[in-house]
Design a protein. Sequence first.
Length: 451
Amino acid sequence: MEEYFSYTAKLFDPTRVNEKPEVFKGLRVLDFTHVIFGPTASRILATYGAEVIKLELPFYGDLWRPATYWGRYWKHSNPIWHFVTQNKYFVSLDLKRPEAKELIYRMAKDADIVLENFAPGTAEAWGVGYSSLSEINPKIIYLSCSTYGQYGPMRYFPGWDLLAQAASGVLSLNGFPETDRYYKLPDYLGDFVPGNMAALVLCMAIYYRNKSGKGQYLDLSQTDSMIRLLPHFTYHSVTGETLGRTGHHDPAMIAASIFKTRDGKFLGLACATEKQFHGLCRAMGKEALLQDKRFSDYFEALKEENAEALRAIVGDWIREKDCDEIVGLATETGFAAAEVATDKVICDDEWRRERGSVILFNDEMYGELALAGPSARLSKTPGRTKWLARPLGYHNRLVLMKFLGLSEQDLENLEKKKVIGTFDDRPGLKPPLYYHLDKDPVYNYGREVKR
């Protein structure tokens, strides 16, 4: 077995990621999306090598650029923005101007994917919807992201993460029974989860095009995506009952809850099998529970009153132990337990760093930042972070000159007409104060610079 683990450690070694190819290298993506939902989908493609060209409005940019938690900025930027937009090319075009549309149409000829999450119908009205771009490039894969979808009675309703959580039914299940308080899932899971589903849908469309040579239009809604995570309405359809809110408890497992330990930490514990329950009883020194009629049969133990009694017994035992001791006993006797990890634990944990689950990335512009690594490890084509977010319009010259062949004079004319532009003095749009853009060869692509 140790030979196997040595083999997998070598196979997925995060220090060798940059030696391996990227699965989406050469895939070009035009990204009209903003905030979190749509940008998460394109960020996943960029993590695996796609050329994602993020298109923004000059001097305004993405709504999420200047936003941040509790008004706190990091080097004049929203730190979460770096995670959502890593590895992307930033181009700012004013879509209200016909010259900008012409540039978009030229990019669309060679693009593989287009993403947008404007209000339904907006991209079509602006002339950059699927019907327009698919005429230019019939093989294009076009994804529209919205809260309620591109058709149906709620299509024009505005929506964000919280609205998607509410409309999907997620909020009705989150909280404690017999209370009138509901709890929002944290950190915009109503954006991040559908964003990951959107990336999966794009992979399906890429696979289909590779087989058929045909592009297609994709309609993905936040609300639909969140509904697909939940079995509650299926349960209701056959029982006439609601699953209801279960708080910290899992109604399908024995002794499953979150408990507080003697050293003030919190711990998740659950037994999915009778064998695991036997291990828990041995660890507690309470083997007599195995003969107790309330708990000796798995289905009896799941009855609400019995489950509550067992959780009380386990909770009393855990209160007398430190968290590490419980986790050690779980490993030793065969039940499942894990500390409820805080942000600090996750950020500083050596095992997560070694595995590449958390990476400490040193960016040329922003310096060191801890980020989540790719969700899955691919042995031959792993994902990677190449750069963090960049100022608004940072890649204007590179994309328009290198990808479209525009000249210096062309750029000057576009800037004079305000078809393209960069940033003003707001946080999130500009670079850190210490960074000298005049010495940056990427920002000044086509010009000679002295570093």
